[in-house]
Design a protein around this ligand. Sequence first.
Ligand code: ATP
Ligand code: MG
Ligand code: MG
Ligand code: MG
Length: 469
Amino acid sequence: MSGVNEIRSTFLDYFVRNGHEAVASSPLVPRNDPTLMFTNAGMVQFKNVFTGIEKRPYSRASTSQKCVRAGGKHNDLDNVGYTARHHTFFEMLGNFSFGDYFKERAIELAWNLLTRDFGLPASKLMVTVFSEDDDAHALWKKIAGLPDDKIVRIATSDNYWRMGDTGPSGPCSEIFYDHGDHIWGGPPGSPDADGDRFIEIWNLVFMQFEDLPGGERVNLPRPSIDTGMGLERIATVLQHKHNNYDIDLFQALIRASVEAIGVPAEGETLASHRVIADHLRASSFLVADGVLPSNEGRGYVLRRIMRRAMRHISLLGAKDPIMWKLVPALVREMGAAYPELVRAEALISETLHLEETSFRRTLERGLALLDAESKNLGDGQVFSGDVAFTLYDTYGFPLDLTQDALRARNITVDEESYKAAMAQQKAKARAAWAGSGDAATETVWFGLKEQVGATEFLGYETETAEGVA
Ligand code: ATP
Ligand code: MG
Ligand code: MG
Ligand code: MG
């Protein structure tokens, strides 16, 4: 059985053998890209290479890219703990062709890696293609010998990728692994596709068009390839597991969590340990890349991730800060591949310790209020937005933490009244402002304050660029 570290190297070595340059992961905070909250795909660092603005000394590359999908357009935060395949932080393995090889070679490279080097039986694999992409359909038939019922045509945007409103775009083709009929779920394209049986492991994007302003679509003179495969998902398959959290890396982190808290990972406590392990990775890698917990922007996303983990730690009954104690286990598992983690170890521990110590001061009382206010609510009922605001304002509970806490009982939060309470508080702050008496200055001041100093940051919703579909 190969561990995650070996699988990562096998992937990169394979593409280097096939003429690719091994390129290091770029940081989680994208450089020169204010439209994107976090790096969420392997192609992000190559955006300008694909559009031709930037030249590199190679036309083929391969990476294992650090990704976070916990804000903006791609947000998997609410999936963690509920699906077998989503993390907030994960590694995306990818190979890229910048105007070099195209569809045929990309399919061949992917298929050979999976079925020869990784030794997966072809009978367990199936693929999707964009409904209009006859070329891809024919190539899968020719190269992989897949029967028609294992090459599913998908008409939705799931199989059509765009860099933005304009720029490169093209159809994509996704490879799925069948984890077996003892697991609930249907094949891609079926009504039960969301189950955990057929799991998407690899997405191949065929960049062949350019979308021009005004809606015209022209052929790219030199089409390109962008692919992404989740390291944790392929490791799950190769380690004969059915859930990402059962791979060697996560088992090590969960063991550390079990040891530090003293509660086994079984039945109801299993999900909490999984969430803690996931959020530990995301938090630590974000701190290593320069993000610190705060009340706005990226720092607020980090704070939300940390506090969600801390609620689970509290659910498991721990009385002292725990997350910082798990950092050595993470560094042991991932420090060799990501030396920035080793360099930042002390900062990560200290940041986690400080945040957990300060959140602890209000966490228990906040949870008591949440329990008291929700105990008479049942399935499908709505939790008061005013109380959710008090939890936010007085106890430091981000809205999504409250929502997450109520979700298992299928209770939702009245977001309208939550927002109204937030707006009312802002108005009060404005009225209480003694000010300079200069109305024009005050207008500018409050405008700015609401823009940059808003307690809950709602920006990045208009993110344009995204990674593989
Ligand atoms: P899904 O449909 O399962 O949410 P996706 O289509 O959103 O995946 P892509 O954007 O195509 O994912 O990303 C490429 C690959 O990255 C996926 O095929 C998958 O292997 C992996 N991946 C995507 N999101 C996650 C995640 N949150 N956690 C772990 N791996 C992921
Ligand atoms: Mg997704
Ligand atoms: Mg998908
Ligand atoms: Mg996909």
